[in-house]
Ligand binder design. Structure first.
Ligand SMILES: Cc1cc2nc3c(=O)[nH]c(=O)nc-3n(C[C@H](O)[C@H](O)[C@H](O)COP(=O)(O)OP(=O)(O)OC[C@H]3O[C@@H](n4cnc5c(N)ncnc54)[C@H](O)[C@@H]3O)c2cc1C
Length: 559
């Protein structure tokens, strides 16, 4: 794709990002007849699955569920090979989607959107990129991703390190060969838990630096048989519909029973049954795990006992067994051989609470009580989640207000989709929506469909400016907090609250009320004529840019 494009090109919509969200948004905007430019910082489509090529990278949601449902043909055609899909397979799938729906011609790769400013006179967004593009767009849609702003912690001396260092979220495109190396891995969240066993298979010596242990449930990954796929595909429409109405967009076995409604032996049997099935389904063993600390403790203690039974060295097992947070209130991990890896003679664990990292030195990592020599360091240190990718774009709305400034005390949105003072700016899986607490592809489809429907309705009614009202936004923020406060989530410092980023305001970022409930609220907003939003016809401004698309005669829905 050529870097130089004509200045001030006029389009209906600019979409930021070409992962699952950006691709589907483009597809729907095309259906509406809108001219669209998608900008993607990477040199390929795929988002998360383009960037995260670390060994062991795999989705925690099963293949048959972690995929688009918008095209019945696509979901029938595509063949998944494993219960949980590997990064490489998901990336292949996303590329297939881009080709199958001829999406690439509207996507500009290797181009980062750097700024977007609302032009009050034109009632449009002026968008600029790091390659000199300047566009005027009626709509600005962020598909920039909840987990795409990688975070390497500020540790003194990193630039002096003489070996190689990597971040799991920006992994080289060629496989890294750790054979014979001494490798330090910092971070034991989802990415670290997936990467550590794989790196340990190659490396001569692996040292894991752990700040907080996380709960992990075995994946028991396995090949997906043609029969299993056939069964799913035969019932896909019905299963997808069921999934959309669940809390998390995933067909887990959601128990209707409370932890203490059954006796101790039955409780243990249920935990065991779930452990043997594998995956995050474990946290739905009883219906009060996310709400009642005593109930949560029971589920957590079962996992701790598993860790103690797997890890042979009791001191290491004690360090790996989380006691500082309620299970499920940090992203639950799903692993292959994580705990057994610590039984290998060449794998060791450093507890950073007892011995914090002081500096990175030319030869490795210096902690409070030792210097560890490494050939490579891997940062599995996660993301500035949910708001990080938006913070990195200079977005200015009405009266020049910067989004970052508006959100200095935490993000404020209406439905996680819009924010007052920033007309025609839409977020896909924005803060205040279920996003990272769900099967994100299901959440993305729900958001994209909602936004597309809103734009279509605006076209039909000759409305060109939509904006969240401040009172509706205030009520939504209160509701998001109120729902979170009924759960155990806010009791835990996690990336859900921004606690992993020094200086980031602690706010519970996703909506915890469940995807099914959330979708019902969004539908009611539509049924009430886009309650909470101001929808204004464009005033006749002299010299205003013309509309460049839009199917105004399409049948009206819902409003
Ligand atoms: C390691 C890892 C494991 C995960 N596992 C799961 C899982 O098991 N289940 C699940 O449901 N979800 C999982 N997720 C979440 C995952 O991010 C979503 O499922 C989904 O891929 C998000 O798609 P997206 O299009 O919204 O965002 P992304 O895939 O993050 O794509 C956003 C894109 O926007 C681009 N971008 C950002 N800012 C700009 C800019 N200013 N200009 C141009 N381009 C920009 C980025 O380069 C990126 O390619 C995981 C995430 C990670 C990181």
């Amino acid at each position: 794709m050529s870097a130089a494009t004509s200045p001030s090109r006029i389009v209906d919509a600019v979409v930021v990002g070409a992962g699952f969200a950006g691709l589907y948004m483009l597809y729907r905007l095309r259906e509406l007849g809108m001219t669209t430019r998608v900008f993607e910082a990477g040199d390929g489509v795929g988002g998360t699955w383009y960037w995260n090529r670390y060994p062991g990278a795999r989705c925690d949601v099963e293949s048959m569920q972690y995929s688009y449902s918008f095209s019945p043909e696509l979901q029938q055609e595509w063949e998944w090979t494993e219960r949980y899909p590997q990064q490489e397979e998901i990336l292949r799938y996303i590329n297939h989607v881009a080709d199958r729906f001829d999406l690439r011609r509207d996507i500009q790769l290797e181009t980062r959107v750097t700024a977007a400013t609302w032009d009050e006179g034109q009632q449009r967004w002026n968008v600029t990129t790091d390659r000199g593009d300047q566009l005027s767009a009626r709509y600005l849609i962020s598909a920039a991703g909840c987990l795409s702003a990688g975070r390497v912690p500020e540790i003194e001396g990193l630039e002096s390190f003489q070996g190689q260092w990597y971040h799991t979220g920006n992994w080289p495109h060629q496989p890294v060969d750790f054979s014979g190396q001494r490798v330090g891995i910092i971070g034991t969240g989802s990415s670290g838990i997936q990467a550590i066993p794989q790196i340990a298979k190659q490396a001569r010596q692996v040292t894991v630096f752990q700040r907080t242990p996380n709960f992990s449930i075995p994946a028991w990954n396995r090949p997906l048989s043609p029969e299993q796929q056939k069964e799913w595909k035969a019932r896909y429409p019905q299963l997808r519909e069921q999934a959309r109405n669940t809390r998390s967009g995933i067909l887990y076995d959601y128990s209707q029973r409370g932890t203490f409604e059954v006796d101790e032996p039955e409780r243990q049997r249920e935990y065991e049954r779930r452990w043997e099935r594998g995956g995050a389904n474990y946290t739905h063993a009883f219906n009060d795990i996310f709400f009642d600390r005593a109930a949560n403790d029971q589920a957590a203690e079962f996992v701790r006992s598993k860790i103690r039974s797997i890890v042979k060295d009791p001191a290491v097992a004690a360090k790996l067994a989380p006691t500082d947070h309620a299970i499920g209130t940090k992203r639950i991990c799903v692993d292959t051989d994580y705990y057994t890896t610590f039984n290998l003679p060449h794998v060791s664990l450093v507890d950073l609470k007892a011995s914090p990292i002081e500096a990175i030195v030319p030869g490795g990592i210096r902690t409070a009580d030792a210097t560890h020599e490494f050939d490579s360091i891997v940062f599995a240190t996660g993301y500035d989640a949910v708001t990080g990718s938006l913070d990195r774009i200079a977005i200015r709305g009405r009266d020049g207000l910067a989004l970052k400034q508006k959100w200095a005390d935490g993000p404020r949105t209406y439905l996680g989709i819009m924010t007052a003072g920033f007309p025609n700016l839409f977020f896909i899986t924005g803060p205040g929506s279920p996003s990272v607490l769900t099967n994100v592809v299901v959440a993305i489809e729900q958001h994209v469909d909602w936004i597309a429907r809103c734009l279509q309705s605006m076209q039909q009614r000759h409305i060109e400016v939509a904006e969240a009202r401040t009172d509706a936004e205030d009520q939504w923020v209160d509701h998001v907090n109120e729902v979170a406060d009924k759960t155990l989530f806010p009791t835990t410092a996690s990336w859900y609250t921004g606690a992993n980023v020094p200086g980031k305001r602690r706010v519970f970022l996703p909506y915890v009320g469940g995807l099914g409930n959330y979708t019902a609220i969004c539908e009611q907003v539509v049924a009430d004529g886009y309650r909470g939003m101001r929808l204004d016809p464009v005033p006749a401004v002299e010299g205003a840019a013309p509309r460049t698309g839009g199917n105004v005669s399409a049948p009206i829905d819902a409003t």
